[in-house]
Design a protein around this ligand. Structure first.
Ligand SMILES: NC(=O)C1=CN([C@@H]2O[C@H](COP(=O)(O)OP(=O)(O)OC[C@H]3O[C@@H](n4cnc5c(N)ncnc54)[C@H](OP(=O)(O)O)[C@@H]3O)[C@@H](O)[C@H]2O)C=CC1
Ligand SMILES: O=CCS(=O)(=O)O
Length: 253
């Protein structure tokens, strides 16, 4: 039975991915900080497949290394790592943002992702052919927009780190993908606005955002491709989202 390690399984893409991989019979190693949600997911899915939950903050490199290096034999070999835990904060312009929010994004989206990857690499290398690292990037890593500042830059890191990993893993059989979604309706905007439910509802109202299940389906697709195929980057948007024109600063008329 293949096994998948999903960071940030307590919500959004991570939770939907856990449900999708369980449906296909994969063993699940699920992480997140919110213990109650991990327990609820374990209760929901452990009738279907073996489930191991690890209450983990990806920013804590010692905790990450200890947990991943100590995975029980029944959850090995590790076939897929989904580096999904992440967040955006502070949608305001850069000049109005608290430094702490920038640090939190860097610590989670960059350092956290690197911590987990470093700890899981020996296991994925042992699995070799057919193993995958699926990193959650974002359209924000490629396309600038106002208020994107450190969030977009952290996702640009995810893209380049994924490509560079591909170079080093050549010959090992381990695949790496930067999966870069656009607007998707999860708790993402609630977190970004620090709990402003009205702002979150307003963003998704009157359009058709991607849903967590759409991304879970892509993750499952990527993890189960024939083992000689590596999709380097997969950018995905709702058909109701597109780019916009350059903004111009003009003198008053
Ligand atoms: N929704 C969107 O529009 C898009 C999202 N993304 C990216 O997809 C990923 C998932 O986002 P999404 O599902 O939308 O958002 P959610 O807010 O719904 O889920 C985020 C998950 O990340 C976990 N997480 C956050 N910080 C930490 C941490 N320090 N340690 C461990 N886990 C953490 C949360 O768990 P807990 O709080 O329990 O720790 C939660 O399970 C993120 O990397 C995001 O940047 C990319 C493109 C579009
Ligand atoms: O990563 C999230 C999508 S967006 O908010 O940057 O469009």
């Amino acid at each position: 039975m293949p096994s998948v390690l999903i960071t940030g399984a307590t919500s959004g893409f991570g939770k939907a991915a856990a449900q999708r991989f369980a449906k296909a019979g994969w063993s699940l190693i699920l992480t997140g900080r919110r213990v109650e949600r991990l327990k609820a997911l374990e209760e929901e899915l452990s009738g279907q497949v073996p489930v191991l939950t690890l209450a983990l903050d990806v920013r804590d490199s010692d905790a990450v290394t200890t947990a991943i290096s100590g995975l029980p034999e029944e959850f090995l070999p590790l076939t897929c790592l989904i580096n999904n835990a992440g967040l955006a904060l502070a949608p305001e312009p850069a000049q109005k943002v608290a430094l702490e929010d920038w640090h939190t994004m860097i610590d989670t989206n960059i350092t956290g992702l690197v911590n987990v990857t470093h700890a899981a690499l020996p296991l994925l290398l042992k699995t070799g052919k057919g193993a995958s690292i699926l990193n959650l990037g974002s359209v924000a890593g490629q396309w600038p927009y106002p208020g994107g500042h450190v969030y977009g830059a952290s996702k640009a890191f995810v893209q380049q780190f994924s490509y560079n990993l591909r170079c080093d893993l050549l010959g090992t059989g381990v695949r790496v993908t930067d999966l870069a979604p656009g607007m998707a309706e999860t708790e993402f905007t609630l977190v970004r606005t620090k709990g402003d439910q009205a702002a979150s509802d307003a963003l998704y109202r009157g359009t058709t955002p991607l849903q967590a299940e759409d991304i879970a389906e892509q993750l499952y697709y990527l993890a189960t491709l024939p083992d000689h195929i590596n999709i380097n980057r997969l950018e995905i948007m709702t058909v109701r989202q597109a780019w916009s024109a350059f903004a111009i600063d003009r003198d008053p008329a």
